[in-house]
Design a protein around this ligand. Sequence first.
Ligand code: MBD
Ligand code: FE
Length: 283
Amino acid sequence: MTSTETATAHASGNAATDKFKSERVSADTSPERAAAIYQDVLKAFADVIHKHEVTYDEYRVLKQWVIDVGEYGEWPLWLDVFVEHEIEDVNYSRNALTGTKGSIEGPYYVANSPKLPSTCTMPMTDKDRQATPLVFSGQVVDLDGNGLAGATVELWHADEDGFYSQFAPNLPEWNLRGTIVCDDEGRYEITTLQPAPYQIPHDGPTGWFIESYGGHPWRPAHLHLMVKAPGKRTITTQLYFAGGQWVENDVATATKPELILDPKAGDDGKNHVTYNFTLDPEA
Ligand code: MBD
Ligand code: FE
């Protein structure tokens, strides 16, 4: 993976692109289905072009912007912010799932984070330790509410400045990333820090795009999670915070009412919250 020197859109974009390229990229799409999808994509382009009578100058501006997105490595960012939520939504409905709701993975997941015990503190810097601690506990269960042995909870999130390790400079490789190995009943108690609202990198072509429609680059404070258990469908999701800024107006359209935590401040100076994950059976 490319190490990033600065936290520019260009640097984090290129790191996200390199990471994506190292992952599985294939689908068992039939040629007929692929043809049908491509034809509909072209039809959607044609409809927009005709509806707005798009000019040649506008076409060339589009062409330049598409080139720029690639050169900045921002395709993972742009696609995950503006497209992934629709994919996630369709797949939840199509599979008639009833477990915990998913949300988008986003561009900054890294597989194989170091394993941590069921009661643990996330790897964090001295600076991170100045933030309010969040004690996040709960259980991974099946649809009948039975605790699941062998469950893992992968957690990754940004620090208070909005930086994800491996996509911003000068952070330990696995900062605020870990694979929590739950106990025999699927339980976990994770101490991390209360995350802050987050601005997606916006000094590159994704930022220009947002500016051009008068939008904002903010996501609400969030935790990213991937929850697995033997024989169960893996959930990729995010958790948000009640009353938090941008929860109702997420640039990535990835919040859901079922995914909102309401931590309570404890006498110990830490925020405490419980959330259980219900996993559907494997397909
Ligand atoms: C993020 O942290 C994120 O969660 C998404 C979806 C896009 C960009 C950065
Ligand atoms: Fe994120």
